[in-house]
Design a protein around this ligand. Structure first.
Ligand code: ZN
Length: 179
């Protein structure tokens, strides 16, 4: 297993729409294992393949007591209750903003062997899944903020991080909890 470099804002792959996975082979399973290790080291609640530079529809989640990989994920139902909560992102370190999302969803996806599964999720788990599926569509959480909040957040972030380059390697000393 390996810890993969995480792409940060400014890296083009974060804006790419990821391609569906069609081959459920050892290469895919290695990617999934590496993504788990990278998410755990960065203390994230989720990580999408775009964030490690690979535009394929793969994401891992570790939120509350749910830990799973979702491949080719689809949200097939959204609850009618919408709530705002603060979100962060491993690809925009140290930036947080309130995002409104449905509080419950039904997810359909495949596991690393191609088996279909269906999960009813709510709370942080539902939020993490929606955040990661956004990544697979090239959407960042900041896209959900009002134009003014987005501008302020991005201006401050660029000022503080413009010398960081396009990727960073998480280390056990990093201690953000984000997706
Ligand atoms: Zn994110």
């Amino acid at each position: 297993m390996a810890i993969l470099p995480i792409h940060v804002l400014g890296s083009g792959v974060l804006r790419q729409e990821a391609e569906p996975v069609t081959e459920f082979d050892d290469e895919l399973r290695t990617l999934v294992a590496d993504m788990y290790e990278t998410m755990d080291t960065a203390l994230g609640v989720g990580l999408a393949a775009n964030q490690v530079g690979i535009a394929r529809r793969v994401a891992v989640i570790d939120a509350e007591d749910s830990r799973f990989v979702m491949i080719n994920p689809r949200i097939v139902e959204k609850g009618s209750t919408i709530e705002g909560a603060e979100e962060g992102c491993l690809s925009i370190p140290d930036a947080y903003g309130e995002v409104k999302r449905p509080t419950s969803i039904i997810l359909e996806a495949q596991d690393e062997h191609g088996a279909e599964f269906r999960l009813e999720l709510e709370g942080l788990r539902a939020r993490a899944v929606q955040h990661e599926i956004d990544h697979l569509d090239g959407i960042m959480f900041t896209d959900h903020l009002s134009p003014l909040k987005r501008q302020l957040l991005l201006r401050r972030w660029k000022k503080e991080h413009e010398d960081d380059g396009l990727t960073w390697l998480p280390t056990p000393e990093e201690s953000e909890t984000a997706g």
